[in-house]
Design a protein. Structure first.
Length: 338
């Protein structure tokens, strides 16, 4: 019966355990340095009895592969009367500088169960890379498909009086959302200003994924806290970010408005001292100290007689230790005359 089932499966689903691999570079007509592109490698087979595919090793010139995880895809095709099933794997790649992003031709050897190894030749792939016109700062160059800026300005007061004083905190949070970009490519936007101490928090980089697990946008949240040290005003400067629109192939400018905040003088120290002295923590410490002293006095009173005897015994032993002891005369006092 088992042999009959296997024969029927062989007639219905013919398989030759054939294998193939293809490679393609997904890139627009104009590519700029730092723009993430995709390399797709697809493993094709007419049988499922093959080991799971792994990303092949190949050389890349004027660029590098990124470690961003991208979901795999299942594909199908029909070639030479044979139905093929494919697993498509994608990786992101960026070019370092203008010139050519080149993937030289290479050979990949595939192996299958009970089949000899198959060597497949992958043709060379390349695309031109160039800086856009009007570039000013290559180290702050940001290519993106789209980009939005938003900010929050919050104040933290020592006393809830609705007024900013010297010694309080002003926190500025800037959020950048961009598509077709790596979050670490977004340059720093917040800087210290004169007249204030600053505290910079570590930026938060996040990949925003779509429903199927693919990467949608990249998000970067930057936070800087200002601590004004004197009365006057704190002026938060406006933010201007110039970025290259890879969709429209033109420069764009994203802006955020600044703000001017009045700062009053430092709050009086007397009120703070009164609050500190009447705090619940100080009252509890005083109560615990009083109870402890009362318990010690009570124990000393109950043990007064044993303590007195012990003191007298120690005093007597001390006196005996230091009292001189007379020694017997070694020579007789009365001796006869000869």
């Amino acid at each position: 019966m088992r042999a009959v089932l296997l024969l029927l499966l062989a007639l219905v689903i013919p398989a030759h355990a054939a294998m193939d691999i293809t490679r393609e570079l997904i890139a627009p007509q104009q590519v700029v340095p730092g723009q993430p592109l995709r390399i797709a490698v697809t493993y094709w087979t007419d049988s499922w009895f093959n080991p799971p595919p792994e990303w092949p090793a190949f050389k890349l010139e004027n660029g590098s592969l990124l470690t961003t995880p991208l979901p795999n895809q299942l594909l199908s095709r029909r070639k030479n009367g044979i139905s093929w099933s494919g697993i498509r794997q994608e990786r992101q790649v960026i070019a370092w500088d203008q010139g050519w992003l080149n993937l030289p031709a290479t050979e990949v050897t595939l192996s299958s169960a009970n089949q000899p190894p198959v060597t497949v030749t992958l043709p060379a792939l390349k695309t031109a890379v160039s800086w856009p016109a009007g570039l000013e700062q290559p180290d702050r160059f940001l290519p993106a498909e789209h980009l939005t800026l938003s900010q929050k300005i919050r104040q933290f007061h020592a006393v809830n009086d609705g007024q900013l004083h010297a010694g309080d905190v002003v926190e500025r949070i800037v959020t950048v959302k961009a598509g077709g970009v790596i979050a670490t490519q977004i340059p720093q936007l917040l800087y210290a200003i004169p007249g204030t101490e600053t505290q910079r928090l570590a930026p938060i980089n996040t990949l925003l994924k779509t429903g199927r697990g693919d990467i949608g946008d990249a998000q970067r949240i930057e936070t800087l806290r200002y601590l004004p040290s004197q009365a006057g005003s704190v002026t938060l400067p406006p933010i201007v970010l110039r970025w290259w629109d890879t969709t429209r192939q033109q420069w764009q400018v994203a802006q955020l408005p600044g703000a001017s905040l009045p700062v009053a003088s430092t709050r009086a120290a007397g009120s703070e001292s009164v609050l500190r002295g009447t705090s619940a923590r100080g009252q509890w410490q005083a109560a615990i100290g009083g109870v402890s002293l009362s318990l010690i006095a009570l124990l000393l009173w109950l043990a007064r007689r044993p303590l007195w005897r012990s003191l007298k015994y120690c005093h007597h032993g001390w006196r005996r230790f230091w009292q001189p002891i007379p020694l017997a005369q070694l020579t007789p006092s009365k001796r006869g005359k000869r």
